[in-house]
Design a protein around this ligand. Structure first.
Ligand SMILES: NC(=O)c1ccc[n+]([C@@H]2O[C@H](COP(=O)([O-])OP(=O)(O)OC[C@H]3O[C@@H](n4cnc5c(N)ncnc54)[C@H](OP(=O)(O)O)[C@@H]3O)[C@@H](O)[C@H]2O)c1
Length: 323
């Protein structure tokens, strides 16, 4: 089969389309024919050897997918023909994948494969982030950075579905129009966002800040928090890892909390299905519906991953490995 492989970590444009052997399902694995695979910032980081997980070269890229079960052992909970999604970390930019059964989930019939492929990483991360780490309550105000991106749109949709008011932070008017159309309660541009947020909240600030961007916005994000507010650290797409002077936390009664979904999942595998069970009713009711910016053929994987670096994606980029 043809697959998108990284053979040297020189960035997304060095992805190669190689002919490799089809995988064989080992014990505890499900063989899945992949219909669609989501593109995520960690793919970009792995293509430059900048991610915390460093697979041995060469490796097939792609951390999440939607598709159809081809082979499953009896008692695995899956059967040939089942529509599924899976979180694989690597391997999804290929027509067929062998995935551990405990990283596979049933996809409701009403959800298209392209949308399903966007769910495992971002929506499960933000279910964990908003509920377990953020302690989100109905009626709270959530400020989300990078709101037009993958984590950003998942945050927007989930926080609203759970009764929050969402203020989105984006870098361009085009992205502002996009998140407004998705239903964001308010939208502010990254430039000068602190004053805009304080004005929108009559000086009160936000209860929760979701930050997948990092960099120099961090201190102003802390200044946007209401008393007992929480800032969730998700990632650092801006490049720099910010530091915090802890006197700010003391003076304002606020928290900075890390969200590391993958690390928590390793020690608490039960959250994979538990959080999916929170998402399924929202998917079936159409309350969450990942926005797909565009789809890419397998030989366009390099361009798909590069589009994240170029900051050009509205929602998610999705690869169709069978095209
Ligand atoms: N902690 C976890 O468990 C976990 C799980 C999944 C992902 N993540 C992390 O979350 C972050 C976001 O991932 P994602 O897949 O949502 O990425 P994405 O779709 O590319 O969105 C990232 C957003 O970051 C903003 N950004 C600001 N500066 C940027 C820059 N220099 N280059 C690129 N984007 C920039 C962009 O919005 P504007 O242009 O509007 O500023 C963009 O929409 C990544 O760091 C990823 O590793 C963490």
């Amino acid at each position: 089969m043809r697959a998108a492989r990284i053979t040297s970590t020189n960035g997304p444009r060095s992805v190669q389309i190689d002919e490799i052997a089809e995988p064989v399902a080992g014990p505890g694995e499900i063989l899945i024919d992949v219909e669609a695979a989501g593109v995520n910032f960690p793919d970009l980081l792995m293509s430059r050897n900048l991610y915390q997980y460093k697979p041995e070269l060469p490796f097939v890229m792609g951390g999440e997918l939607a598709g159809t079960v081809r082979e499953a052992q009896p008692g695995s909970g899956f059967a040939p023909g089942d529509r599924v999604v899976a979180a694989t970390t690597v391997g999804a930019f290929a027509p067929t994948v062998a995935a551990p059964a405990d990283r596979v989930l049933h996809l409701p019939a009403s959800v298209a494969f392209t949308a399903g492929a966007c769910l495992p990483l971002n929506y499960l991360t933000m279910a964990h982030g908003l509920i377990r780490r953020g302690g989100l309550s109905e009626g709270e105000t959530v400020l989300v950075h990078g709101a037009a991106g993958g984590i950003g749109t998942a945050t927007l949709q989930l926080a609203q579905a759970w009764g929050a008011r969402v203020i989105s932070v984006v870098s361009t008017p085009e992205k502002a129009d996009f998140v407004k159309a998705l239903g964001s309660d308010e939208v502010v541009l990254a430039e000068g966002f602190k004053d805009a947020v304080l004005e929108l909240t009559s000086g009160a600030g936000a209860d929760l800040v979701v930050d997948p961007v990092g960099g120099d916005r961090f201190t102003d994000s802390l200044r946007c928090l209401a008393p007992l507010g929480r800032l969730l650290v998700l990632g650092f797409t801006a490049g720099d890892i910010p530091t915090v002077k802890v006197n700010r936390l003391l003076l304002n009664n606020i928290d900075v909390r890390g969200v590391g979904w993958g690390a928590y999942l390793l020690k608490h595998p039960e959250i994979f299905q538990e959080d999916w069970d929170r998402l399924v009713p929202l998917l079936e009711a159409g309350r969450i519906d990942p926005p797909v910016h565009r789809t890419y053929a397998l030989n366009e994987v390099g361009a798909a991953v590069a589009s994240l670096e170029e900051r050009g994606v509205l929602g998610k980029a999705v690869v169709l490995p069978r095209t």
